[in-house]
Every structure is written in C-alpha cells, then in structure tokens.
Design a protein around this ligand. Structure first.
Ligand code: AMP
Ligand code: ZN
Length: 267
C-alpha cells in the first residue's frame, strides 16, 4: 500500500483527529516528524509545529533550521522551546547531573523530559492533539524492549492514539505513521525533498534501543509487521490504570504522586 494511503487509513480507522481540531506536531527536525507534518498538512488538517532546541551544539542548530524551513514551506506556525534559555544549561548538562546520581541511559532521561515539555508546551498553545513521528519500527522495538524488561503491561499504553485518558491537562498523542516502515518514510522524505536532518542525535550512544535496533536489522519487513500484529491482538486484553493524578511537585499529569520528570530532577 502506498505510504499516503496507509497513513490516511490509520487516521480514519483509529479516528486520530478531525479537521476542526488543532494538531500540534512535535517536530525534531528528523525525517519521521517532518513527514508526519507534511502529510497532515497535505490532507488538510489544521496543524502547527512545536520544536525543542536541546542545546546540543551544531546538531541542534541544524535541527532547528530544518524545522523552521519546513514550517516556512508549509506556511504553518512554529513554537520553539529553547532548552538552554529556559534551564540555563543544555539537556546534556542536566542529564549528566542526573547520571552522576542514577544509572540511567541518555535517551531514557531525554525522552522523559521531552515528553513533559511537549505536553505542557502544546497545552499552553491550545493543542487538541499532539502528533509525533513514531513509526512501525519504533513501535515494534518498544514492544520487544518492554518484553525483555519483563514489563509487557507497558505495551497497553502504546498504539496510534493514547488510550482512554481523559484529562484537561493531558493532551492525547497521535502517531499517524504507526503502521509505516521506517525505510518507507526515509524514501518518501527524500523523494519529496523535505528539509530533514538525517544525522542521528550525538547523545544517542548508549541507549538500550540501539542494541535492539541492531537486532531488528536482521528481521524482515514481514517479521516486523508481525510483531505489531501480535501486539494489536493482545493489547485490548491488558488492563491499564487509566487514573491520572497531578504531580505534587510540578502539577503536571502523572501516574504516581511524583511525575517521572520530577523524579529525575530531584535526585
Ligand atoms: P525520539 O524519541 O527522538 O525517537 O522522537 C520521537 C518523536 O518525538 C519524534 O518523532 C518527534 O515527533 C518527537 N520529538 C523528538 N525530539 C523532539 C524535539 N527536539 N522537539 C520536538 N519534538 C521532538
Ligand atoms: Zn512533576
């Protein structure tokens, strides 16, 4: 199935958004979120961009430049969150401080902090939905990683749209590329000549995902699709705690008394 048809089918089947809603795309500057924005715009959705400049030197400058170029081409509004300006230091610095107290991998820390910033930032600018560039390879890897970690129940929280969480502070997240293979996204971005940074993040050196990703390189497309198919079959039967609390420290949505971001920052 051509990529565009596949994405349209996912949006329709899972009712990801309506044309009246304001969808904010979390734009990293990479191919996945860029293609997500390009397609939603092409399909006539009301979109804006949200980018976090993580302050990782030349790499972050290139990412912000690519995002600005895309938003200019699509003629959409862009919100930029400058990590260094807000926190006084880059993500690298904050992460090293956390790692001096806790053994956690780079991407695990960055991922938690980015999610917190994206939810709060997009809510402040009136988003009905947040769209990210997660694709089939990402999701199949996550599914697998959760099983290897002995926490298959975490898989209940993934899918093309966040499940059943209704809360005024929590903006539902959608993943229009959920069923698309990464290599098809890369080909599409190149074919459409989109402004994209293909370089990997310089900090993504030691992540668990990288280990899993190299194993995934040995799998066929069919096997990757099968992982997602298995996941779709079992997902509905996993019970999830849908209750949302508010973090006692920052007031943002949390599953526990303290949100994951504040747990990291208070060490
Ligand atoms: P990652 O966790 O880096 O694989 O990114 C997953 C998704 O999060 C991307 O497809 C983007 O939608 C979003 N994202 C990642 N980094 C940023 C960033 N610096 N600014 C805004 N959104 C981001
Ligand atoms: Zn918090």
């Amino acid at each position: 199935m051509p990529l565009e048809t596949q994405v349209k089918a996912t949006i329709r089947k899972y009712k990801l958004a309506t044309k009246k809603q304001k969808i904010i795309i979390a734009l990293s500057g990479g191919k996945d979120s860029t293609v997500t924005a390009y397609l939603l715009h092409k399909f006539g959705y009301k979109i804006e961009g949200f980018h976090i400049n993580l302050g990782l030197g030349e790499y972050s400058n290139k990412c912000e430049k690519a995002v600005r170029e895309l938003c200019k081409q699509l003629n959409i509004k862009l919100h930029v969150y400058n990590f260094k300006k807000k926190h006084g230091n880059s993500m690298c610095y904050i992460r090293s401080a956390i790692q001096s107290k806790k053994t956690l991998k780079n991407c695990a820390i960055c991922g938690v902090i980015k999610k917190w910033i994206i939810n709060k930032g997009c809510r402040k600018v009136g988003a009905d939905k947040i769209a990210t560039g997660h694709h089939l390879d990402d999701e199949a890897q996550t599914f697998f990683m959760n099983i290897l970690k002995g926490a298959p129940e975490l898989n209940a929280n993934t899918g093309p749209i966040t499940r059943n969480v209704k809360d005024k502070k929590f903006i539902p997240r959608i993943k229009p590329l959920f069923y698309v293979l990464e290599k098809d996204i890369r080909d599409y971005a190149i074919r459409e000549k989109l402004p994209v940074v293909f370089e990997k993040c310089p900090c993504a050196l030691d992540s668990y995902r990288i280990q899993v990703r190299s194993f995934f390189e040995t799998l066929s497309d069919r096997e990757k699709r099968n992982i997602i198919r298995n996941f779709d079959k079992v997902k509905a039967s996993i019970k999830v705690d849908e209750k949302i609390r508010y973090c006692e420290l920052c007031g943002e949505p949390a599953r526990n008394k303290i949100c994951k971001r504040c747990e990291l920052l208070r060490v």
